[in-house]
Design a protein around this ligand. Structure first.
Ligand code: K7E
Ligand code: CUA
Length: 654
């Protein structure tokens, strides 16, 4: 999270806000957010989980939590990252990483509008981009980004989802070279990676990586309409400090918006202007057919240097340590929000184009032309508030900017840059989101503010208080506060789309006849236990309300037992769970028609009960069984079964 001023200053600001909190709620707020039991919300709201590493899904306007989608962190609820099928999703070149820090989300678009296919998510800490399938609400792919650190300006996308970008918040030496930290200026670089997305499958690949000077790329957004070919990144620390950034990276009056012509970059890449550089990064995909994730280590990346590619990158001065870089629905205006600036600069794409044509430059930054500030400027929003961070749009000519320090949302007109309304947030708002608010067609009915600090807003819960979202009605001239709801982890960016866009495409269960998991049991008759050395494979089935087999003997201390559990149900909303005593994995939650595998290290002699963890029927408590683990070398035959039928598999226990 951002820390911009002293705690005391924030606290004093908040205490004066607290007084007006009650009166800030609109009189008809309850009716406006009330979604009657059994009724659906109007929007899906996908919210980043910050330090939880996951993505959560809420309904709007109710604020009801619908789901947590596991993405970059292991998930005890369903065994994501623990089951043999999903472990590979969290693989990286540094091995399996159980956690990350997830900041930004972007729904896939066609012609600048949401198309309801995928949502992309970034991992900030160990740089990765994930693609989540909106038919299953599952993570389908995770791609690691080499030559990167602090993958913050990500995963923003171009108008037709041609590319997902990933820009480095921390500059690092390319190829992970071992160099002194003090050689930052000489050796450290920032990079902007352009990940191509296959139109049909969604499959991601790093098409090219643009190498930029050592500095901190912060946020980004793609152009649209007239600025379709461009991508705009904010950056700070153009001072190139590598210690005490709080002071040393706040020296200059202006940093930059980096304007990248990705169409040109694409041409340069095709024309062989880049060079292939050895790089090692994991590319993990979940195969719907085999229902299993695989991790492939990629070996190189195509790197483009602006020196070899004229007209590809320009710098636009932007006051002061800009954070958000947001593009309005027409694609004409680019808003840079300087965290420490007392104004919001708005740049005009036409003016930028003209300035480039007329060479209205004020020098260069490491060979990259710097456009004159005034030449690119549409105008400045004066005295908007303190600590502008992020801007979204309502499609009616208005922009809404979050003010972290003065804890408010400020509404201003793009045409004449006049502030027309402001409303407090409780407290210290980071991102804000209007459904479709960064597309060509915003749905300007609601705005949600995602707040860092909640102080007195909720029942206290020890030293850690919840973060929170606040829903505002923006359909009229005046913004109205409607609702507070707590979030999972720290919310950063979010996206929302109309429920109608995706609700009818949901997978209800997996067709078991299409289950190509190599360990599937197609029916109870296929249940089996097979020993191979010290590996024991249990082919188990689950259906209301029993597991087959439910008695297993002849397993020894030192064995590795793999429970491959197939859920035979072919109905919506009938998952079965699976847990074994002494297991050091999470339990499994197996969807109808799916097979999941839990590995158990049989380390101790004893009886290990196992059971279904999801209350699936009136006899759910009966859905259980026993595994007997005997001392190594003992003479217990391998036997398994269920009910009266106990197959003697002693022959295979050698
Ligand atoms: Cu402003 Cu990481 Cu998008 Cu949080 S960032 S607020
Ligand atoms: Cu299956 Cu409970």
């Amino acid at each position: 999270m951002l820390m911009l001023c002293s705690v005391a200053a924030i606290a004093s600001m908040q205490s004066c806000k607290m007084k007006s909190a009650d009166s800030a709620v609109a009189g008809d707020a309850a009716a406006k957010v009330y979604v009657a039991p059994g009724k659906y919300d109007e929007f899906y709201n996908f919210v980043s989980g910050g330090f939880s590493g996951q993505v959560s899904v809420y309904g709007l306007p109710s604020g009801r939590l619908l789901k947590v989608i596991p993405v970059f962190s292991v998930n005890p609820e369903n065994g994501y990252g623990y089951s043999e099928e999903t472990k590979a999703m969290l693989n990286t070149t540094n091995g399996a990483i159980p956690w990350d820090d997830q900041h930004h989300l972007e729904l896939s678009q066609t012609n600048g509008q949401q198309d309801g296919r995928w949502i992309f998510a970034n991992a900030n800490n160990t740089p990765r981009v994930a693609r989540i399938d909106l038919k299953s609400f599952r993570t389908a792919e995770i791609l690691q980004i080499p030559n990167s650190a602090g993958n913050h300006s990500s995963p923003f996308i171009t108008e037709n989802t041609e590319y997902v970008v990933a820009g480095t918040r921390f500059s690092v030496p390319l190829g992970d070279a071992d160099v002194p930290i003090s050689s930052f200026k000489k050796n450290f670089r920032s990079t902007a990676s352009f990940i191509s997305v296959d139109k049909t499958t969604g499959h991601m690949n790093i098409a090219f990586q643009i190498v930029l000077p050592g500095m901190n790329l912060d946020l980004s957004h793609a152009g649209k309409g007239p600025s379709h070919d461009w991508f705009f990144f904010s950056c700070y620390n153009t001072e190139q400090a590598y210690t005490m950034l709080e002071v040393n990276a706040s020296q200059k009056d202006k940093d930059f918006i980096v304007a990248v012509n990705w169409k040109k970059a694409e041409e340069y890449a095709k024309a062989g202007k880049g060079h292939k550089m050895p790089a090692s990064y994991a590319h993990n995909t979940f195969d719907e057919n085999t229902q299993k994730a695989t991790s492939v280590i990629e070996k190189d990346v195509l790197v483009l240097d602006p020196k070899d590619c004229p007209d590809m990158v320009y710098m636009i001065p932007c006051p002061k340590s800009p954070h958000g870089a947001d593009v309005d629905p027409t694609g004409q205006y680019i808003v840079g929000s300087g965290k420490l600036a007392a104004l919001i600069p708005v740049f005009s794409f036409d003016k930028i184009t003209k300035a480039i044509q007329d060479k209205q430059f004020e020098g260069d930054f490491y060979g990259i032309p710097v456009i004159k500030y005034e030449a690119a400027l549409h105008g400045e929003v004066k005295k908007p508030g303190l600590g502008p961070l992020h801007t979204e749009f309502d499609g009616k000519g208005n922009a809404y900017t979050s003010m972290f320090l003065s804890s408010e949302v400020v509404k201003w007109r793009i045409s004449d840059l006049q502030v027309v309304d402001r409303i407090p947030t409780y407290y210290s708002v980071g991102h804000l989101m209007i459904p479709g608010g960064d597309t060509k067609k915003p749905m300007g009915k609601y705005l949600v503010a995602y707040n860092k600090i909640t102080k007195d807003r909720y029942l206290p819960t020890g030293p850690e208080l919840c973060q929170s979202a606040q829903l505002y009605d923006i359909s009229g001239d005046k913004m109205k506060l409607l609702l507070d709801f707590p979030t999972i982890g720290e919310p950063h960016y979010a996206q929302a789309c109309p429920a109608t866009l995706i609700k009818d495409q949901q997978v209800k269960f997996y067709d078991i006849s299409k289950n190509h998991n190599e360990y599937v049991s197609m029916g109870e008759k296929k249940a089996n236990v097979v020993r191979n050395g010290n590996r024991v494979d249990v082919y188990m089935t689950a259906i209301r309300s029993h597991l087959v087999p439910d008695n297993i003997e002849g397993v020894f201390v030192g064995d590795e037992v793999y429970f491959h559990v197939t859920n035979l149900e072919q109905d919506w909303d009938v998952p079965h769970g699976f847990a074994v005593k002494n297991s050091n994995a999470a339990d499994l939650l197996i969807m109808p028609g799916e097979t999941l595998t839990m590995k158990l290290d049989a380390n101790k002699q004893g009886i290990y009960p196992f059971y279904c963890t999801d209350f699936c029927s009136a006899l759910h408590q009966e859905m259980s069984g026993y595994l007997r683990v005997s001392a190594k070398g003992s003479n217990v035959p391998l036997r398994f079964g269920s009910g009266v039928v106990v197959a003697d598999a002693a022959a295979s226990n050698k």
